[in-house]
Design a protein around this ligand. Structure first.
Ligand code: ADE
Length: 234
């Protein structure tokens, strides 16, 4: 057990999928895995370990924002030996060419600040995805026929952003979408020699103001889970 994860030693797999929402972790584990065990319920942050096509996988909530993700990812890596960590979540589109429901594979994640700021100080470290995972996810998304974009995203600390100039600069520099977790996942993976990737579905659009209807959220989320599982074990 760690401070935030109640799993016993050995109950977490080396491959971990990380949705923000703990109930999405439950749904994904029950829908895509077999032999599922609930391994964490501390503070309602649910984690499940099961099997997918003969491979052991954990699906664990990260919570929203980089400080929350940092707690779980630090403990998953340092205390439970996680080696491959894939965020599955939603994002807001920042380019006209990106549509609601499209998949974004985050090659890099730009930030204003992350929980790692204290380590990097004046250095602008460039958090990036593991190339093998990125390539395998692009192949998996293509074979599912998902409209997919590969490129940079922006990991923000604020959902209700009162500094629209920041979004404008991201849009101007070709950033595909905004979410709130990937940059710190990539920082931690780099620090500890792990593989990481963020697979995102567009749930809202910062330019057109479209939004994904709630009845279509489950299907889009399911597609991401399959892309992440296929990439992890390619
Ligand atoms: N996640 C999904 N949509 C988002 C947005 N517009 N901003 C930040 N995170 C998001």
């Amino acid at each position: 057990m760690t401070i935030h994860i109640g799993a016993k030693p050995g109950e977490i797999a080396e491959t971990v999928l990380l949705p923000g929402d703990p109930y999405r972790a439950k749904w994904a584990a029950e829908t895509f895995l077999t032999d599922v065990t609930c391994v964490n319920e501390v503070r309602g942050m649910l984690g499940f370990t099961g099997m997918w096509k003969g491979n052991r996988v954990t699906i664990h909530g990260s919570g929203m924002g980089m400080p929350s993700l940092s707690i779980y990812v630090n403990e998953l890596i340092k205390d439970y030996g996680a080696k491959t960590l894939i965020r599955i979540g939603s994002c807001g589109a920042m380019q006209e060419k990106v549509a609601i429901r499209d998949v974004i594979l985050a090659m890099t994640a730009t930030t204003l600040s992350t929980p790692s700021r204290g380590i990097f100080k004046e250095i602008n470290f460039a958090p990036c995805a593991d190339y093998g995972l990125l390539r395998a996810a692009a192949d998996a998304a293509a074979s599912k026929g998902s409209a997919t974009h590969v490129g940079g995203i922006y990991s923000s600390d604020v959902f209700y952003d009162e500094r629209p100039d920041l979004n404008e600069q991201m849009i101007r520099h070709g950033i595909l979408g905004v979410e709130m977790e990937a940059a710190e996942l990539y920082n931690l993976a780099a620090r500890h020699g792990c593989r990481a990737l963020a697979v995102l579905t567009v749930s809202d659009h910062l330019i057109t103001h479209d939004a994904l209807p709630s009845d279509q959220r489950e299907k889009s989320f399911g597609d991401m889970v399959e892309i992440a599982l296929e990439a992890a074990f390619a």
